[in-house]
Design a protein around this ligand. Sequence first.
Ligand code: C2E
Ligand code: CA
Ligand code: CA
Ligand code: CA
Length: 279
Amino acid sequence: AKQQGRNTYQWFSEELNTSANYRVKLRNELQDAIEDDSLTVYYQPVIDSRTGRARSVEALVRWEHPSRGLISPGDFIPLAEDTGQIIALGKQVLNKACRDMVKLHAAGFRECSVAVNVSPIQVRKDDFIRTVQEALASSGLPPEALELEVVESAILNDTDQVIKTLHELRELGVRLAIDDFGTGFSSLSYIKLMPANKIKIDRSFIKDVIQNRSDAAITQGVISMAHHLGLEVVAEGVETEAHAAFLRKHQCDLLQGFVFARPMPFEDIKNYMNTHGAC
Ligand code: C2E
Ligand code: CA
Ligand code: CA
Ligand code: CA
């Protein structure tokens, strides 16, 4: 498939404009990275707003490209979704995150859980449940230590099918978070159909939460709604102490952002947990 991909690229290269050209090249390079299993996973701590200590981490994929340097997932996840490569890539990230978490448990941080982002395309694939089961079984990670983050827009297509899959995942014992909450333009009534444990408020609401009255009202409203539904709330993109103070004041359960820690390689997470972990 790799060979064929390369030939296709050569054949098309003269006709396509540079940006389409670039995408094909990037796709082939991403294919190599997937086949070489060379993508890495960084981890960002999620902080309990009451104790100030971390009890989970979010897994974020990184591509250290041999010549272009570090490429952000924002630049290759959409491409991988278009090409279908997200299936293989997503499996690798899931397996790595589970294995790393088992290592962290073995190092003494037994209560720590890991949140893994899953694309709607992965969730809609028939064998997704099996993929998750296999990642848990082969790593030995307890299902309660795995949380899957699904964007709310994931349920816009194939609603019944997706909701059914999410229920099956809950039956396995894994946790579910609705990611980027507030950006998916989905009807609020879907929330009661989603068997989620957690809502993550998108960072676009947090950015100006101090100055912007609408953002403040939306943030407070989402926290209150989530609590009434029995869900925990995470705020993402917490960049300043003022953000954190506002969110603590309004009883946001969990905080994630650069003011606490940036995503870091697995080797650094152990040290971080030693000094800042609640696990
Ligand atoms: P996301 O799931 O919303 O992840 C949070 C993003 O916000 C991460 O960007 C993180 O580094 C960044 N971030 C964390 N704290 C702050 C902060 O205080 N300020 C700002 N400005 N940014 C902050 P990253 O790692 O570049 O990932 C971007 C997006 O790529 C993720 O957004 C997620 O949608 C996607 N992504 C990352 N890893 C994976 C993956 O393994 N699978 C899938 N399907 N998507 C992934
Ligand atoms: Ca996420
Ligand atoms: Ca998010
Ligand atoms: Ca986001």
